[in-house]
Structure formats: structure tokens, C-alpha cells
Design a binder for this molecule. Sequence first.
Ligand SMILES: Nc1ncnc2c1ncn2[C@@H]1O[C@H](COP(=O)(O)OP(=O)(O)OP(=O)(O)O)[C@@H](O)[C@H]1O
Ligand SMILES: [Mg+2]
Length: 362
Amino acid sequence: MTDAKPIISIRNVTKNFGRVTAVDNVSIDVMPGEFFALLGPSGCGKTTLLRMLAGFETTSGGEIEIDGQAMLGVPPNKRPVNMVFQSYAVFPHMTVFDNVAYGLKVTGVPKAEITGQVEEALSLVHLEDYGRRKPDQLSGGQRQRVALARALVKKPKVLLLDEPLSALDAKLREAMRLELVRLQHSVGITFVIVTHDQDEALSMADRAAVMDRGVVRQIAPPGELYEHPNSLFVADFIGKVNMLEAKVAGQSGGDLVVEVEGMGRIAVPHEGAAAGNISIAVRPEKTLLSADKPGEGVLALKGKISDVAYYGNESHILLDTETGVQFTSTVQNDARRTESSVAIGDDLWISWAPGNTLVLAE
Ligand SMILES: Nc1ncnc2c1ncn2[C@@H]1O[C@H](COP(=O)(O)OP(=O)(O)OP(=O)(O)O)[C@@H](O)[C@H]1O
Ligand SMILES: [Mg+2]
């Protein structure tokens, strides 16, 4: 990836709507063939950024280059991109075949070539036998695939997808995630997908940009976002965290020494500097519960179980700890049992290895 030139280069791009800054000085490079996700809570500017890439929205500042070409003043239909909208608009009165053929017809592709290209696009999304159906004779997932075929048939260099799976039910959404990844591998087109669902982004994307009120907070592969979030915002948005406020007391070797109310002074491995008030955090699945006080070498808090939430494959145990902060511990239900081994009101210890502590300086 080192020598390759980005297919999309977003440089200091800003978008103001009157007094609202929807996108605030954003810079992102997307590499050719990448599956890239824009992730963040509602209203953080994801759709606005995608619409600026597609050319449906002008920029208030900054530059966008796609495939080596500056996009300023280039209309949507002259850009090497295609966009799949959130509401996957398909024409209800047209057959599946005609829906996919439409974009080719209006750009004057000869009739003889259209049939072959439409059939190819339909087979990519596994709808080769559905060409004569109308959209109302399809399931939601199949309609979504028609919308994808419509975008793919024009062979864009970049496909922009705005919450493409949000209208589907949970089970279908998971199946379509795998489909989208398979599809992207088979066509080799760069995908930029917008989602507010972190599971979706983590399971599909090669890299994701986490956005917060118009600003990009972190750009990294899913594993790095989860294991090394650069801020409390990213740690909290990408999965669950148990969080404690801490004060930096000093540095000792590769450890940061911090003072935590209710725990005293503790040392946690940390690269780089930190000072003043910070947060330390641990993921629920990286904690252990025990009836007895854990031995040396781990960080531990005493607590009382306040709730047990059963999720089938796992349970989430809520603990009121002696620091006054509520912690969650995730327990895998790997052995089948009919009664829980822990109950509300039990006194337990929650512990974790110091190396599993996230140090969050902002
Ligand atoms: N045409 C517009 N005029 C004025 N404000 C707008 C316009 N479009 C978007 N905004 C504002 O810009 C901000 C970002 O909106 P955007 O649609 O990009 O968010 P989003 O991240 O896609 O959110 P969601 O997940 O809810 O779709 C919001 O505060 C929104 O109200
Ligand atoms: Mg949106």
C-alpha cells in the first residue's frame, strides 16, 4: 500500500450549512480497492461528506481528488463514482432488468451491449433469474441487490454506499454484510460505505474513519480502533468500555502510574506521554469475575452484582464497584446451564490484566 496513490484524496474539506458546520476540516485518503467505512453517530456529517464525493453537494473549503482528478466544478455524472442511496430507490413500475438497464440507456449505450452488461450485473448480485420480476415481487434484501446492480452496471471506479443495509432486518443485514464484502472482492471496485453501526463497519471495512460532530477522530483498521482507540469518544463508540477517571502520578519504565479513586496508585503499560486528568478503561470481555480476591499482578475492584442480562450466547453482569462506578463484565455461556451461577446481590471481585487497560488521554 506504500507506493500506491490514493483513489480518493480528501484534503481539509469543510461544509457549512449557514451557521452549521456539518464537515469540519476533514482529510482522508482512500486507497484503490479498499473497503472504507465512514462511521459515527447520527448528524456527525457522514452523508454530507459522501454527497460531496458524489458531487451532489459543493464544498465550502478544501479539495477533493478522485482518480487523480480535481473534482471542483465536476458534475455528478462526470465523476468516476456511483452512489447507492439509503432508501435504495428502485423504479416500482419497471422490471428488475429495466431498472438495471436504465442508467445505461440514458447514457446512450448501444442496445446490443445493454443486455450482456445487465445480465453480468444481475449475476454479480445473484439475481440472474429475477430480471422479469417487478420490485414489489422481491424481498427487501433482493431489492437492495437490484440497487447495487444498478450502480455496478456502470462500472464506476468508486462505489459510494449510504447506510445500504439500514432498511433490512437484523438477520438479513448480517447476511448482506458478507455479500457486500464478497461482491467488493469480486469486482475490485473501491467501496466507501457510510454507517452508524459499529458492528457493520468493523465486520466489513479494511479501514474506518470515526467521525464526531463533523471532525474525524481516528482512521484505522477495525482491530486497531478496538484495541487502540485514541480517545474516550472512539473507545466508547466502538464497543463498550468500563471507564474510570484517573490522575497521572508519574512514569516508571514502560508503565504509566495513575491515581484512581478507590484503587489508589496503579501502574498500566502505556507508550508515549500522558499528564493531568485522563481516563482508563477496560472492555467488559477482558474482565474476570471471582468470589475470592484475585492474586498479585492484576487490577481488581470489589463490587456487588446489580443486574444480570442474559443474551443467549453471553451474559452481561453489572457490578456496583467500590469506586462508585458501575462495571460490566461479559461472561460467555459456553456450557449449557439452566440457572445462572451468579445472582443479584452477590459480592464479587472484578479483575483484569494491566495490559488490557486502555489509557485515554482525551
Ligand atoms: N441541506 C442541509 N441544510 C442544513 N443543514 C444540513 C443539511 N444537510 C445536513 N445538514 C446538517 O448537517 C449535519 C450533518 O448531517 P448529515 O446528514 O451529514 O449527518 P449523518 O452523519 O449522515 O447523520 P445520520 O446518521 O443521521 O444520517 C446535521 O447537523 C444536519 O442537520
Ligand atoms: Mg446520513
